[in-house]
Design a protein around this ligand. Structure first.
Ligand code: CA
Ligand code: CA
Length: 147
């Protein structure tokens, strides 16, 4: 009789312990999930050609892997597979959303055909390590400087 009472109390204690564990696990799992969602990072490039203007509006928007990471350099690249890609221009410490006006011929990476532009974005973490995120590729025709 007494043994049964002890067993019941032990079972009840275990049940409470199990419930406590279940209630704790999702709380612990949430930060890990948020971190893995953030871990990919992303950069999106858009280039808008202005009608009747030699200039274009370039906009490179990045979400770093962590909010504390700093975008140190954005390199505008011309895709030239199978040849090595060309660097068209640099932007140092541009910020995560960089919108600027640039002469279209600066992005004319292929004189004979259409142009394929993407950005290579170099980030530095708070601990000094670094990583790179490439943007999407924009396909347009930028014309050479005439004159
Ligand atoms: Ca090309
Ligand atoms: Ca071109």
């Amino acid at each position: 009789m007494k043994t049964t009472a002890i067993h019941k109390r032990a079972a009840a204690t275990l049940a409470i312990a199990a419930l406590t564990t279940l209630a704790t696990v999702p709380v612990l799992a949430q930060p890990a999930l948020a971190e893995s969602t953030q871990a990919a990072g992303r950069c999106t490039l858009t280039i808008t050609q202005l009608r009747g203007d030699l200039y274009v509006i370039a906009e490179n928007s990045c979400s770093p892997r962590l909010a504390t990471d700093t975008l140190t350099t954005t390199r505008y690249m011309g895709a030239d597979w199978p040849d090595p890609d060309d660097t068209m221009l640099y932007r140092n410490y541009p910020g995560n959303r960089d919108r600027f006006k640039v002469a279209g011929y600066r992005l004319d990476e292929d004189a004979a055909t259409g142009d394929e532009i993407y950005t290579r974005n170099f980030f530095r973490r708070a601990d000094g390590s670094s990583y790179e995120i490439n943007s999407n590729e924009v396909h347009k025709e930028f014309l050479p400087l005439v004159g």
